[in-house]
Design a protein around this ligand. Structure first.
Ligand SMILES: [Zn+2]
Ligand SMILES: [Zn+2]
Length: 358
């Protein structure tokens, strides 16, 4: 009796699976429609607790890593959305997480290395078409930012025209296309400068060391009694240490020289001397994971998030290799970020919550 029942159940399941397979296009379209309705009716930012949040829209650097797009950190302060650096894929990652780039209020660039601006066109375009803005994306940065923004507006000028012609001026007001440079003077060493302040959100820029890349800065965000420091690309740096005193979250770049050396050896072994030379050069203007942990410890930072991860970490065990020595340098919470990582700092608490967007 039980055997016959079991047999009937197996047949039933097989029949149901066969039906789903037969109608897979219809089933998938139905699921697609349900998903689209759900994502378009959800305001992800409104669902977050009141406070300051760091969302990693790009955890990587130029080397290809399927888990880590080009450098992009979104800072959500209450209902406002800011972005630090526009690495490739950043704006799409925001969209994938349910955050419309149309809500970006301002972009802050740390420096003008290609990996930090190669998603700028996509970000400005998706902000314009997604938000119907009448003013261009404010792009804050040290001197040189105007040249980057001029280039963006020049390169995308034809597409601005196409979008208006196709969708109409009400949907995409021509005055909102592209970016507008908001240049600030380079802060002197040891003297951070407030570069943006509105409704309780304060952004402070500070000088970092990324020689020969100059200017190069990092940013500190303060809102609702909570704070985040974003290091930008830098070697171990005194200004990062000073501005990170007692910060809630230090988001620091990290490069593991012992893993970059693996790539360099492979490049030499295969006769790719140009690549080997580049791989040999890059560790000297970045910070190792252990150095970042030492800075977090010396500053009394309450949590450390590593981003701008170099090299790529395609094999799960490599994360442990990347973090070698970090736990003995710093006792606080350490997050090796990937695209989609979220750290929340709710106002009125001292909580630090690491997760993903709802
Ligand atoms: Zn970089
Ligand atoms: Zn750089």
């Amino acid at each position: 009796m039980i055997r016959r029942l079991l047999m009937a159940m197996v047949l039933l399941v097989a029949f149901a699976m066969g039906l789903v397979w037969l109608y897979r296009a219809e089933v998938a379209t139905w699921a697609f429609e349900r998903g689209a309705l759900r994502s378009m009716s959800t305001d992800v930012i409104a669902e977050l607790p009141q406070g300051l949040h760091l969302f990693v829209c790009g955890a990587g650097a130029p080397l290809p890593d399927p888990l880590r797009s080009g450098p992009c950190l979104a800072v959500i302060a209450g209902e406002r959305l800011f972005v630090v650096d526009a690495g490739s894929g950043g704006a799409r990652n925001l969209q994938a997480a349910g955050v419309s780039p149309g809500r970006i209020e301002a972009l802050f660039l740390t420096h003008f290395h290609s990996d930090h601006i190669d998603g700028l066109g996509e970000m400005a375009m998706l902000r314009w078409t997604g938000g119907g803005h009448e003013t261009p994306l404010p792009v804050h940065g040290p001197p040189g930012v105007e040249r980057v923004v001029d280039g963006l507006n020049h390169a995308y000028g034809q597409d601005f025209f196409y979008r208006v012609a196709h969708h109409g001026r009400d949907v995409v007001p021509p005055s909102g296309a592209g970016g507008k440079a908001e240049t600030f003077q380079m802060p002197p060493r040891g003297e951070p400068q407030v570069v943006f302040e509105v409704d309780g959100v304060r952004v402070t820029a500070f000088r970092v060391g990324h020689h020969p890349v100059e200017p190069a800065v990092g940013y500190r965000f303060d809102f609702g009694g909570r704070s985040v420091v974003v290091s930008g690309d830098t070697t171990r740096n005194e200004d990062v240490l000073a501005i990170s005193q007692d910060v809630d979250l230090l988001a620091h770049e990290a490069l593991a020289p012992h893993l970059v050396a693996v790539l360099e050896r492979a490049a030499r072994a295969t006769g790719q001397d140009r690549l080997a030379k580049i791989l040999f050069d890059i560790p000297d203007y970045h910070t190792t994971p252990v150095e970042a942990a030492e800075i977090a410890a010396a500053a009394g930072a309450r949590a450390l998030l590593l981003y701008h991860i170099v090299p790529q970490l395609p094999i799960p065990g490599l994360q442990a290799a990347f973090l070698r020595g970090v736990s003995s340098a710093y006792a606080g919470s350490v997050t090796l970020s990937r695209d989609g990582t979220l750290v929340s700092l709710p106002t009125g608490t001292d909580r630090i919550e690491v997760g993903k967007l709802p």
